[in-house]
Design a binder for this molecule. Structure first.
Ligand code: PBG
Length: 335
């Protein structure tokens, strides 16, 4: 077979890829430190603990937390989200510690806001770190069947108190991650009634019942003691339901929406980007982090390149902002 010497091709996409300069001109998606939200773990102990299930992540005490926020901010990461590990003796079936004005989270908010007022402090609103049962909501057990039931409306009342506690301490944005029905509207109303109109709500709109959260639950010791989260978090098989949740969150007054996890749910990110006008966040969760970290530690992939590619993919799919444990390290490289 004779090969043609020359193809008569007026259209050659490779022309736009021939140099770094031209590739820079035609690049459609750029990741910047300002797109990133840095999730941080904290605890009461006076130590900085390496988290066994999330290599490279630490559980901070207040001082090291403030230092870490300052370093991230200097690199251009101006938003953090806080996850507390609560001491066992403070965990109750009513999760009362979640709205203690002197609790770990409100103290951390005040410390960060006074040292780094330029940083947006986002807090997680859910009961799991405080709940003796490890669920995001209040639990009752059916006497007859022994089945667990996660109470909706009763939980929402506690979430409102938790959100108010964070707002009073100076949180800029509260992020309900519990997936109870009606919580965005109820929190909005509670915040407004208390004069916290300026506090925003970043709703975990499409939060799936995902096995990718495993390493995070190790970090906080917050795994459910019994049962799973399938009666409140979404079924990974569903996409129309994500749209329904998004429409409800819009109607209830959410300021920003979130899809979680991110990498395995890029279609959901794209769907909400196309159908909803609100800013959209995506959460590259602990399992996504750990898969990259462990493959890189084994020498099987190039961590720096895979991290950038994974985050660029999430942004390309339609996320305006990304929660990622790589926020600080990637910001240092983005410059
Ligand atoms: C709990 C919460 C979870 C995560 C963020 N908030 C765990 C869960 O729902 O069980 C997971 C984050 C991650 O895996 O990185 N409300």
């Amino acid at each position: 077979m004779a090969f043609p010497e020359k193809l008569h091709l007026p259209i050659r996409p490779r022309r736009n890829r021939q140099s770094a300069a031209i590739r820079g001109l035609v690049r459609e998606t750029t990741l910047t430190p300002a797109d990133l939200i840095y999730p941080l773990f904290l605890h009461e102990d006076n130590r900085v603990d390496e988290i066994a299930s999330m290599p490279g992540c630490q559980r901070h005490h207040l001082e090291s937390l403030v230092r870490e926020v300052g370093e991230a901010s200097a690199l251009g990461v101006r938003a953090v989200v806080l996850f507390p590990k609560i001491d066992d003796q403070l965990k109750t079936s009513g999760a009362e510690a979640c709205h203690d004005a002197d609790g770990l989270v409100p103290r951390a908010i005040r410390a960060i806001k006074s040292a780094h007022p330029e940083v947006a402090v986002i807090t997680d609103v859910a009961l799991d770190p405080y709940n003796a049962d490890g669920h995001d909501g209040l639990v009752v057990t059916d006497d007859r069947t022994g089945e667990l039931c996660i109470l909706n409306d009763e939980t929402v009342a506690v979430l409102c108190r938790q959100a108010l506690c964070h707002a009073a301490a100076g949180a800029d944005i509260v992020a309900p991650s519990d997936m109870m029905d009606g919580r965005v509207g109820a929190i909005r109303e509670a915040l407004d009634e208390a004069g916290h109109e300026r506090v925003g709500i970043l709703s975990y709109t499409a939060k799936y019942a995902s096995a990718y959260y495993g390493p995070f639950r190790g970090a906080l010791d917050s795994a459910p003691k019994a049962g799973d989260k399938k009666t409140y978090q979404m079924d990974p098989a569903n996409w129309r339901e994500a749209l329904r949740e998004a429409e409800l969150d819009v109607a209830e007054g959410a300021d920003m929406l979130m899809v979680k996890p991110a990498g395995p749910y890029l279609d959901i990110i794209r769907l909400l980007r196309e159908e909803i006008d609100l800013p959209l966040a995506a959460y590259q969760v602990s399992g996504e982090y750990l898969m990259i970290k462990s493959a890189a530690a084994a020498g099987w992939i190039d961590e720096d390149k895979v991290v950038l590619e994974s985050l660029t993919g999430i942004k390309r799919a339609g996320a305006d902002m990304i929660l990622t444990y790589f926020a600080k390290s990637v910001a240092a490289r983005l410059g």
